[in-house]
Design a protein around this ligand. Structure first.
Ligand code: SAM
Length: 317
């Protein structure tokens, strides 16, 4: 018996392992892994299961589904909305998911320019005209000796032959819309300045607080070597943080990458914060970091350091 399927004794039915629908989806996922397409359309997308699986692939920036039956598409289309986690940690890629109601028999400009078009369990012979090469294959191998029946699921893979810039001369592009858009979700992305700014501000504050805590812990542990009385330690910490005059501190912050204290205020040089990989990766340049946090984070008068208060730390001690 082929390991690809089992024949059930009583019914004579063939059961594929894994089930054929899973093999079909896996086939498409493998194609996505291979071609890394940015724009993928699923024709005859039904309840959007494949689209939902594909939205987790980081190479994909545009996902579109089309089905002639709007009600089946709407059944589970809520799965295509961004999740709370997508807002908490916006991705670096952009992603827009759109569902259209209509028939593949009609042309619509919204279906132009896709890198990969999937069409599972739906007979189709339209894509070749628009500059795609086609390869026929399938999943669900037939039993030995019955190879002439072919795959249980026949698959045609259409891959865009032409770069986006040079279109095939003979293609006549549709211009009139034939489909009705029934769903559209634009995912939060760091490519959107609004999400980038909020991610940078929260990363800068997180980093600045971590540096401040480490500085204060260091000052406290230095004092602990001399005195274990918590009240005395608190006073000594206050004395340590008061050790710079305003003028000295501004000069020192500019020159140094190290944080400084003055009274109940800690100055954390932006350069130091920028040296942290996550901040550096998010902003790319020091100028961009400044631009994104100006007006959102309290900075020293010359804009070279983030200013934080030590008061809460003193209370905790
Ligand atoms: C057998 S289901 C396959 C669903 C999905 N592709 C999958 O593999 O799970 C076929 C789907 O194609 C849709 N369909 C049939 N004819 C269509 C057409 N002319 N244009 C668009 N969708 C069509 C049906 O409504 C149905 O949802």
């Amino acid at each position: 018996m082929d390991e690809n399927f089992q024949e059930e004794r009583c019914t004579g039915m063939i059961k594929f392992t894994p089930p054929l629908y899973k093999q079909r989806y896996q086939f498409v996922k493998d194609l996505v892994g291979k071609y890394k397409p940015k724009k993928v359309a699923d024709l005859g997308c039904a309840d959007c299961t494949l689209l939902w699986m594909l939205k987790f692939y980081n190479c994909i920036e545009v996902l579109a589904g089309l089905d002639i039956c709007a009600s089946v598409m709407k059944e589970k289309m809520h799965r295509l909305y961004p999740l709370p986690a997508d807002y908490l940690q916006p991705s670096e890629r952009s992603l827009t998911v759109t569902l259209h109601h209509g028939s593949v028999a009609h042309e619509d400009p919204c279906m132009l320019g896709f890198d990969l078009v999937t069409c599972i369990e739906l007979a189709l012979d339209a894509a070749k005209r628009y500059g795609y090469s086609v390869e026929f294959t399938g999943v669900g191998n037939p039993p030995t000796g019955m190879e002439d029946v072919g795959f249980c699921t026949q698959i045609a893979v259409f891959v865009k032959k032409y770069p986006q810039t040079s279109e095939p001369a003979q293609s006549k592009k549709p211009t009139e819309a034939a489909y009705k858009t029934v769903f559209r979700a634009v995912y939060p992305s760091l490519k959107d300045e609004k999400y980038l700014q909020s991610a940078v501000v929260s990363e800068v504050m997180f980093t600045a607080h971590a540096i401040k805590r480490s500085l204060l812990d260091h000052l406290v542990s230095e004092q602990e070597d001399y005195n274990d009385d918590p009240t005395e330690r608190k006073l000594q910490l206050q004395r340590s943080v008061n050790c710079f005059s305003e003028e000295l501190e501004t000069l020192a912050v500019e020159k140094s990458m190290e944080p400084l204290t003055n009274g109940s205020v800690v100055y954390i040089p932006l350069r130091k914060i920028f040296s942290f990989p996550k901040v550096n990766q998010l902003c790319g340049t020091f100028e961009k970091l400044r631009e994104l946090i100006t007006g959102k984070v309290t900075l020293s008068s010359d804009g070279s350091a983030v200013v934080l208060d030590t008061d809460h730390e003193n209370e905790e001690n």
